[in-house]
Design a protein around this ligand. Structure first.
Ligand code: TMO
Length: 321
């Protein structure tokens, strides 16, 4: 029999409850733990996985569609409790700011190493010799031009909330490219598919782990190596007057951030969250289930949970309600 002490706001033990066989008990606060849904597949599938794991441990969970930059401010305001895919390249700046302010906790770091960068399918190397070097790319900028960007090359960036600072980089490195943002991840993959079928030059935003590597052969552009200071110190790097004159980190982190009040409001849930840990293969698999196999995100989460039972049960062991 499992028992737990429910604490009120004043920290007074109000009641002792015992679970009944087959009855899921909500542990600690009954308020839902609020988890965002963002606009790329692994994150949505993973949000359901994390939410269902917390559900198994007795917690209520609510999913809220959120802008992937604004979400860090939302966590400070207590409107979101848990972001489980904090990518260093896209969200490092926004995340580290709120951690420094003390309203968000850097709760865990996944084993997964991440990279988010300009990327091209391999056939483009025949059309633009010297790739993946960024200067070689720039030398053939015109081959990537469209009616909209000519004579400049077009770089197809992700949705604007991924805030990749591509325009600053183009300026900082003096590149002959124009950044056009795709409206969605699906729009990126549709353009990649169309260009590949016609063997047309394309350079677009991509990341790893993702499902793309299972479907397309391709490479990331090699920009000047990322270093501490590139994003906030203009004097850093080849351009003395501008920030972002570098590539994104090649071994970026993938972290879990939580609202600072979580350890007090849901102490055991916080312990569970600190144990959650995804690998590159697992994040790629979540994307694949949705983007290649065409499963609904929640269905994909159920499949992942069924196939990784031992892994996630260890996360809730001894700390469930
Ligand atoms: C945040 N993302 C994985 C889309 O680069």
């Amino acid at each position: 029999m499992r028992g737990y002490i429910r604490l009120g706001a004043a920290g007074v033990a109000l009641s002792m409850a015992f679970s009944l066989a087959g009855t899921a008990l909500s542990a600690e606060s009954d308020d839902p733990i609020k988890i965002p849904h963002h606009n790329w597949s692994s994150q949505i599938v993973g949000a359901y996985i994390v939410g269902k794991v917390l559900g198994e441990a007795g917690y209520n969970v609510e999913y809220i569609s959120s802008d992937s930059q604004v979400v860090y401010t939302s966590m400070c305001e207590g409107d979101i409790d848990l972001v489980h895919e904090v990518w260093e390249g896209a969200f490092g700046v926004a995340f580290e700011k709120v951690v420094d302010e003390g309203c968000v906790i850097d709760a865990a770091t996944h084993d997964a190493k991440t990279r988010e960068e300009w990327w091209y399918p391999s056939y483009v190397e025949e059309q633009c010799p010297g790739l993946p070097d960024w200067q070689a790319l720039n030398a053939c900028a015109e081959k990537f031009a469209t009616a909209e960007t000519s004579p400049k090359g077009r770089f197809l960036g992700g949705p604007v909330d991924w805030l990749k600072h591509d325009a600053e980089r183009v300026e900082g490195l003096g590149m002959d490219f124009e950044v056009v943002n795709a409206g969605s991840a699906a729009a990126l993959w549709a353009e990649l598919d169309a260009a590949s079928q016609r063997n047309e030059p394309i350079v677009l935003f991509n990341w790893t782990p993702n499902f793309i590597e299972a479907v397309y052969d391709g490479k990331f552009i090699e920009f000047p190596e990322y270093g501490e200071g590139c994003k906030d110190d203009p004097s850093w790097g080849t351009n003395p007057d501008m920030t972002y004159d570098c590539g994104n980190p090649k071994d970026g982190y993938l972290k879990i951030g939580v609202w600072q009040g979580m350890p007090e409001k849901w102490p055991n849930a916080y312990k569970i969250v600190q144990r959650i840990n995804f690998t590159n293969g697992e994040i790629a698999e979540m994307a694949k289930l949705a983007d290649i196999d065409g499963m609904e995100p929640e269905e994909a989460a159920d499949k992942w949970l069924a196939e990784n039972d031992g892994k996630w049960r260890a996360w809730i062991e001894g700390v469930s309600g």
